[in-house]
Design a protein around this ligand. Structure first.
Ligand SMILES: [Zn+2]
Ligand SMILES: [Zn+2]
Ligand SMILES: [Zn+2]
Length: 345
C-alpha cells in the first residue's frame, strides 16, 4: 500500500498570451472552471449554442441576460457573475448600449424630454426648418404647408423636389409655455415608474455589454475538458483520489498549482507528478520542462511525467531526460492515457 499523487499541469503555449496573464488570475480561472455555473455557461459557448451573449431590454433593470439568469438567478447576481468572469479573463466584452436609470427609484423605465432652454418646459413642438433654394427664404415646415402642397410663403412658388427646390435646414422648436423658438433643446428625463423628473446632469448613465468567450479560454477550457477530463476519469477508475486543479506545497512553502492531483491512500509516500502541455504550434518548447522542473524540485514528488501535445522540442527532450521527468508525447487523450498507464505501472 502506498500513496500516490499524480499532478497534471496544463499549459497553453499559443502566442504566449496565457503566460503573460498573472499566475493568480490563471489559478482563479482554474478554480472558476470547477464552478458548475461557469461550466454551464462555458458549455453553451463551446457547443456553439451561444456565440455572443447579448442583453435583452427590460424596463425594470435596463437590460438582462435571460440565458445566464437560467443558470445564476436574478439580474443583480447575473451582473456580478458576468463582471467576475470578465475581470478574470474568461469573458471579453463590448459596449452594447448605454441606458439611463432613475436616480430616485433606480428604474430603467425612463423617457427623454426635450425641453425649452428658456423656461425648461417639455411642452415644445418640434419641426423642421425648410429653406426655399431659389429665394433663400427659411422658415418652419408648417409655414410652407398649403393644402397638401409645400408653397413658399415669401415668393409663393410651389416646392416639389427635396434637395433641389428646397432643403431641410435642421430642427426647429417652439415652446408651448413661453412661446420662444430655439433649435437645440435641453435634455431632461422622466421616470415612468416614480413619475419624477431629473436632469441630464443628475442622470445615472450606465454601460451595458455583450460578451464573448475569450479565445484563450476557449482553448484552455477545451484542453481541460478534452484532456483533463478523460485523464481524470482514468485515474479515478484506477483507484486514485483526484483533484482538479490540485495544490501541492513545496519545501519553500510555496503552494504549486496543478490541473489535476491524484492520491492513492497507503503507507508510503509515493507521489507521481504529471504536467500536461499542449501546443497549438508544432512543438512544446523546453521552457515548459524548465518550469516544471522548478516545481518538481520544490515539491519533490517520487515520479514526474510531462505530457506534451503533440510533441516536445529537441532541447525539451534532452532537459526532461536530465531532470528525470518522464516525457509522454501524445497526439490525443488516448495516447496520453496509454502513456500514463505505462508510467504509473
Ligand atoms: Zn423613478
Ligand atoms: Zn419655454
Ligand atoms: Zn421662395
Amino acid at each position: 500500500m502506498f500513496t500516490k499523487v499524480i499532478i497534471v499541469r496544463l499549459h497553453r503555449i499559443a502566442g504566449w498570451k496565457e503566460e503573460k496573464m498573472s499566475k493568480a488570475s490563471k489559478e482563479q480561472r482554474a478554480e472558476l472552471y470547477r464552478d458548475p455555473r461557469v461550466q454551464q455557461l462555458l458549455s453553451k459557448f463551446m457547443s456553439g449554442e451561444l456565440s455572443k451573449l447579448e442583453p435583452v431590454y427590460n424596463p425594470k433593470f435596463g437590460y438582462t441576460y435571460p440565458a445566464v439568469e437560467k443558470i445564476v438567478g436574478d439580474t443583480p447576481s447575473v451582473n456580478k457573475f458576468l463582471l467576475q468572469l470578465f475581470e478574470i479573463g474568461i469573458l471579453k466584452r463590448e459596449l452594447f448600449d448605454k441606458f439611463v436609470r432613475c436616480l430616485h427609484c433606480d428604474s430603467a423605465n425612463v423617457s427623454i424630454h426635450y425641453c425649452c432652454p428658456y423656461c425648461k418646459s417639455f411642452k415644445i413642438e418640434k419641426s423642421s426648418l425648410i429653406e426655399h433654394v431659389s429665394c433663400g427664404y427659411i422658415d418652419a415646415e408648417e409655414r410652407f404647408h398649403e393644402q397638401s402642397k409645400l408653397v413658399c410663403p415669401k415668393c409663393h412658388k410651389t416646392l416639389t423636389k427635396l434637395d433641389e427646390d428646397y432643403v431641410k435646414a435642421g430642427a426647429w422648436c417652439v415652446c408651448g409655455e413661453c412661446d420662444k423658438s430655439f433649435d437645440i433643446p435641453v435634455v431632461s428625463h422622466f421616470c415612468r415608474d416614480c413619475h419624477r423628473e431629473f436632469t441630464f446632469e443628475e442622470a445615472l448613465y450606465k454601460d451595458v455589454y455583450s460578451y464573448k468567450l475569450s479565445e484563450d479560454v476557449m482553448q484552455e477550457a477545451a484542453l481541460s475538458w478534452t484532456l483533463v477530463a478523460p485523464i481524470r476519469e482514468f485515474l479515478e477508475d484506477s483507484g486514485f483520489k483526484v483533484k482538479s486543479p490540485g495544490f501541492l506545497k513545496g519545501k519553500s512553502g510555496t503552494s504549486h498549482m496543478f490541473d489535476v492531483t491524484a492520491t492513492r491512500g497507503g503507507k508510503n509516500r509515493n507521489i507521481t507528478v504529471i504536467d500536461l502541455a499542449a501546443s497549438t504550434g508544432d512543438v512544446v518548447p523546453e521552457q515548459i520542462v524548465i518550469a516544471m522542473f522548478a516545481k518538481v524540485y520544490d515539491s519533490a514528488p517520487d515520479r514526474s511525467c510531462l505530457v506534451a501535445i503533440p510533441k516536445m522540442s529537441k532541447d525539451g527532450k534532452r532537459l526532461a531526460k536530465l531532470y528525470k521527468i518522464k516525457l509522454i508525447e501524445a497526439k490525443n487523450y488516448k495516447e496520453a492515457i496509454d502513456g500514463l498507464k505505462a508510467s504509473i505501472k
